[in-house]
Design a protein around this ligand. Structure first.
Ligand code: ZN
Length: 242
């Protein structure tokens, strides 16, 4: 197991994801544990998921507002009440300097002890989890953690024009990567994770077996973790970034 900071040392967590629903598939069970322990969790979602959904009759122009509302509702299911959207176009995210600056800005505003983000690496075992937007956001988020947010001379306009002082994130949890090294038992919060996922109505309407599919996946992760039979787990790669 990785050397992971005790949750008692964590005041605030920032989750950075590409699309509405990513955090709920990857980490909502863990986040529910954190908020139950009194940790404040803030979501930053890079796109509005405007290329998502399956209903061809639904006006595309209304998709961003719908998906924002779904993510805000999902967040509430796991005790998160601060959701920030960056409004990048879904399906076309690249790890640009602009995205790094925008993420460094949010990190300096929120001042989190821990950041959760997607993996910049492909996961050959599950192709969907390595969506190009996820990899781009994972790469930009790690660059924003180190060096951008902590270096007062990186994006100096953040300090000069917005009075956002440098901030060092102590720990990063990468969700959905190919090589997890830390597992959280989410058996107790699984119902809250499912409630959060069901809030993404436009995305999961066709998944009649959502609960069973998730239970099977999280049981497999629990087995990888060496947890007792019948447990459910979410896996992460934890990095010491202090
Ligand atoms: Zn996604």
């Amino acid at each position: 197991m990785a050397g992971v900071l005790d949750d008692a040392q964590i005041g605030r967590v920032l989750s950075i994801t590409a699309h509405p629903d990513d955090v709920d598939f990857g980490a909502a069970g863990t986040i529910a544990h954190w908020t139950e322990a009194g940790i404040e969790v803030i979501y930053c979602v890079v796109t509005d998921g405007d290329a998502g959904g399956f209903d061809e009759d639904f006006p595309r122009s209304e998709m961003p507002a719908l998906r924002r509302a779904e993510q805000v509702a999902a967040a509430k299911c796991v005790g998160v009440h601060d959701v920030r959207f960056l409004g990048y176009p879904d399906g076309r995210v690249e790890a640009t300097l602009d995205l790094r600056r925008d993420l460094a800005r949010v990190i300096r505003q929120v001042r989190p002890d821990r950041v959760v983000c997607p993996s910049p690496e492909r996961n050959y075992a599950r192709i969907g989890i390595g969506h190009p937007d996820h990899r781009a956001v994972g790469s930009a988020a790690l660059d924003a953690v180190y060096p951008d947010a902590r270096n007062p001379f990186a994006f100096p306009e953040l300090l000069q024009s917005e009075s956002l002082a440098a901030w060092t994130v102590r720990e990063v949890w990468i969700a959905g990567g190919p090589d997890p090294n830390h597992y959280v038992d989410v058996t107790a919060t699984f119902p809250r994770k499912i409630a959060a996922l069901r809030a993404h109505e436009s995305q999961i309407r066709h998944m009649e077996d959502l609960t069973e599919r998730l239970r099977t996946r999280l049981a497999l992760t629990a087995r990888q973790a060496g947890f007792p039979e019948g447990r459910l787990a979410e896996g992460f790669r934890v990095l010491d970034t202090a």
